[in-house]
Design a protein around this ligand. Sequence first.
Ligand SMILES: Nc1nc2c(ncn2[C@@H]2O[C@H](COP(=O)(O)OP(=O)(O)OP(=O)(O)O)[C@@H](O)[C@H]2O)c(=O)[nH]1
Length: 380
Amino acid sequence: MSIQYPGEEQLSYGVADSFPKDFGYGADESEMDESSTASDSKPRILLMGMRRSGKSSIQKVVFHKMSPNETLFLESTNKIYKDDISNSSFVNFQIWDFPGQVDFFDATFDYEMIFRGTGALIYVIDAQDDYMESLARLHVTVTKAYKANPDMNFEVFIHKVDGLSDDHKIETQRDIHQRANDDLADVGLEKLHLSFYLTSIYDHSIFEAFSKVVQKLIPQLPTLENLLNIFISNSGIEKAFLFDVVSKIYIATDSSPVDMQSYELCCDMIDVVIDVSCIYSLHAECNGTAYDKESMAIIKLNNTTVLYLKEVTKFLSLVCILREESFERKGLIDYNFHCFRKAIHEVFEVGAATHRTFSHQASSPNLNAVTHNGTPANTV
Ligand SMILES: Nc1nc2c(ncn2[C@@H]2O[C@H](COP(=O)(O)OP(=O)(O)OP(=O)(O)O)[C@@H](O)[C@H]2O)c(=O)[nH]1
């Protein structure tokens, strides 16, 4: 595990620099600094919902490492809070936290402008409370937003489900799903697709849900999944996640199903790596220095499972789950990882270059992996 800071020049690479450009409506980093209007043009994710539904808590827990218990002391948000997380995260967009319910009839609130630059609208419903009023607000919000920007994704977080039994959770989700879609059908908006997630800040469900929201906004997702599939099948790995280190959102995974336990294990591994690196860091302050080019860790569990973490870019890390037997071929895994890492860098360089030239012709990176038995496999 690395604990050394590699030097400034090594931190100059950054996938996030290309990320907003790949959304097609982002602005350059330099422009961001010059005016807040420019930074407002960054792709956004909006957090909306009734007062006390848990919007600020979600944002603080996922992106600012606040512990769930501390959210009890969060004060009510009074104005739109714009959180630009791009300096620390691959997830290069703004999260806009809205103060309780938005008054769409307030003339000073230009909701059309806000919705037009939005990638995803997350509507948070407090599942522990009576949600009828919240459902009515959801309907007004999504219909207005859809008219302004039909391309945006509509995500509904059925939140605070930690207080509900398993049966109650399923029943609540079914009920909310039914009512929300019936309301849309009544006004002829069957085309408006709502995605539903059961979430809580007290477990990993909020990170999983946010991962799925973010993945839908990554144009390179199919390429990333393809690269992960090639990497794991040639290396004898069971499951691999590409993580945004700071938020523990997974940007992509291979196409085998995700089980919560594996995801939680990998999240915990990131915490261990960052915490241990911080403790032994050469720097007194451990802000952003705990993760660098040298970062890697191997954790052997007592059930013959191995967790393997390696740095991919300044913000991204690959966390793999594999059997002890497969780990005996560590040389092969490392070689394939080297190819995988190179391919990931190419994906985002191509993305950035494509944006710069305003060209829509994307080229695919080559992943010259070695198969599990050692023969080179030229794959795209
Ligand atoms: N049990 C439980 N409580 C939660 C969860 N998420 C948030 N809360 C609590 O809900 C309360 C309200 O959270 P906030 O994040 O302030 O809600 P908000 O939607 O931002 O509220 P406004 O700023 O007034 O719009 C806090 O006491 C949180 O601790 C959750 O997943 N489970």
